[in-house]
Write a protein that binds this ligand. Structure first.
Ligand code: F6P
Length: 556
């Protein structure tokens, strides 16, 4: 049975600290002029201000003690060295190997994985260069202008998020689109105005068994061949269709045999390994669409950024270790203050898919009710991650963060230099944006007292509605600019935060059995929808009623 974290001395210490802890960020800043400096850390190029958290020297020491008592250093070493820490799938967890420099070596179970990683990267880069230069041609001899990635979960969220984050780095005239949902509207909208002669599909699936991805890939194949035939570009013969597929479809998978079964030449496939979890895979060949869009040099910088954060996490003492401290603070909020969710609020429009990406990373990893040994967890686990870019969120849900009844710790992210330094009416618009970034964490921390409201002449009856309690904890993360390296650093930061929380809770953060039951039931329910009476009879009354509604209302 895994050790129970709630029985550790550090847990008892945190519990005592919590019992006597009265959050008072105003008081803490007033009492200690050095507080901001005391609790600001650096990781890679990230400047991380933790000072507006429920943190003092005692709490920090207890959190560090907790890291030691749960054996965080040993677990980290086990992950980095390729021990099979994903116990329920009996796999190593080696996403950190994907961003090791070529000169490194990492022998796992008798094999150095670093040359394997770089062999695939070289193949991805050669392909990216061929597409970018126009050397890779479609079946009618035209260069590719639209790359459509077909994948879901980790084979979609990472590539979309990074593509969007790094749009200023993409090659002009080359566009990426992403199909993920099995809702046929997704394929329709992404292909309706695409030119089949200049469109290339990347089918990305670790397992190459995922229903959504295989169905979408089949629809895309049909769309391509049909559109090419209508344009007179192919005659519909097997030979010409095969040629068209070879020139317009490539694949990314760990299952190259299944890629071949689908009809994609394994020569046009990029492999990876079962030790890369789907939600940790954007830095593998799963990032091929991104590598095509931003080019090999930028993709290499992205990987280098991730590696810089890996090195920071591996080598920095806990008290200075940003992913460790942020993960431990999350535990502090979830398990001692009852926080149920955590907001991530990037003040960078290009990070508009970051929260969606983090949802899979954090919640598929840590939404677990049993520990790695199968015994029930003894603490709450897996808080809900969510967010939207500022300032949009300010005009939507910040009301609840500022004045609602729930404690919602939040990470605010901003960069010093914007991609577009646009001036308007004599103002640097990025500075207007940054003023909001700074104002929000200030308002959340320090609030506004009833006396301050009254001093503004507010009628007494309205005073309560205008009071801000403050003491809403935030972390501010700043970077020089949203470069490929910084995006890599941010991703690796949150990967390691997720790992730290999972280690404290004693869970296997790298399996995802919770997504399986729904997949099995969907297969059973499919025939019930299409008219199989026995399959329908086997369903519960609610499902039967919903199917009856569908059948009565489906227009064809
Ligand atoms: O169903 C969840 C999941 O297994 C994710 O973990 C994964 O990222 C996604 O499906 C897609 O899987 P694949 O890359 O094998 O198609």
């Amino acid at each position: 049975m895994s050790a129970d974290v709630t029985k550790t001395a550090a847990w008892a210490r945190l519990s005592n600290l919590h019992d006597s802890f009265t959050p008072d960020l105003r008081g803490a800043f007033a009492a200690d002029p050095d507080r901001a400096a005391t609790f600001t850390r650096t990781a890679g190029e990230l400047h991380v201000d933790l000072s507006k958290n429920f943190l003092d020297a005692d709490v920090l020491a207890a959190l560090v003690a907790l890291a030691d008592e749960v054996g965080l250093a040993e677990r980290r070493a086990a992950m980095y060295s390729g021990e099979r820490i994903n116990v329920t799938e009996n796999r190593s967890v080696l996403h950190t190997a994907l961003r090791r420099p070529r000169t490194d070596s990492l022998v796992v179970e008798g094999r150095d994985v670093v040359p394997d990683v770089h062999e695939v990267l070289d193949k991805v880069y050669a392909f990216a260069n061929q597409v970018r230069s126009g050397e890779w041609k479609g079946v009618t001899g035209k260069p590719i202008t639209t790359v459509i990635n077909i994948g879901i979960g980790g084979s979609d969220l990472g590539p979309v998020m990074v593509y969007e984050a790094l749009k200023p780095y993409k090659q002009r005239g080359l566009e990426c689109r992403f199909i993920s949902n099995i809702d046929p509207s997704d394929v329709f909208e992404k292909t309706v105005d695409a030119d089949p002669e200049t469109t290339l599909f990347i089918v990305a699936s670790k397992t190459f068994t995922t229903l959504e991805t295989l169905t979408n890939a089949k629809m895309a194949r049909w769309w391509l061949l049909d559109a090419l035939a209508k344009a007179g570009a192919v005659d519909g013969s097997d030979a010409q269709n095969a040629d068209a597929i070879a020139k317009h479809f490539v694949a990314v998978s760990t299952a190259l045999d299944k890629v071949a079964e689908f009809g994609i030449d394994p020569a046009n496939a990029f492999g990876f390994w079962d030790w890369v979890g789907g939600r940790y895979s954007v830095d593998s060949a799963v990032g091929t669409a991104v590598a095509v869009a931003i080019g090999p040099d930028n993709f290499a910088d992205f990987l280098a950024g991730m590696n810089a954060m890996d090195v920071h996490f591996a080598e920095t003492p806990w008290g200075q270790n940003v992913p460790a401290l942020m993960g431990l603070l999350n535990v502090w909020y979830v398990n001692f203050f009852g926080a149920e969710s955590h907001a991530v609020l990037p003040y960078a429009q290009y990070l508009h898919r970051f929260a969606a990406y983090l949802q899979q990373l954090t919640m598929e990893s840590n939404g677990k009710g049993v520990k790695a040994d199968g015994t029930p967890v003894t603490t709450a686990t897996g808080e809900i991650f969510w967010g939207e870019p500022g300032t949009n969120g300010q005009h939507a849900f910040y009301q609840l963060i500022h004045q609602g009844t729930r404690l919602i710790p939040a990470d605010f992210i901003a960069v010093a230099t914007p991609a577009h330094g646009i001036q308007c009416d004599g103002a640097d618009v990025h500075e207007l944006f940054l003023a909001n970034f700074l104002a929000q964490t200030k308002a959340l921390a320090f609030g506004k007292t009833a006396d301050e409201v009254r001093a503004e002449g507010v009628a007494e009856a309205l005073v309560p509605a205008k009071v801000f309690e403050g003491n809403r904890p935030t972390t501010s993360i700043m970077a020089p600019a949203l470069t490929p390296s910084v995006v890599g650093q941010l991703i690796a930061l949150y990967e390691h935060i997720t790992f730290v929380e999972g280690v404290v809770w004693g869970i296997d953060s790298f399996d995802q059995w919770g997504v399986e039951l729904g997949k099995v039931l969907a297969k059973q329910i499919g025939p019930a929808i299409t008219g199989d009476a026995a399959a329908l009879a086997a369903q519960d009354a609610s499902t039967q009623g919903l199917i009856a509604y569908y059948q009565a209302n489906r227009a064809r």
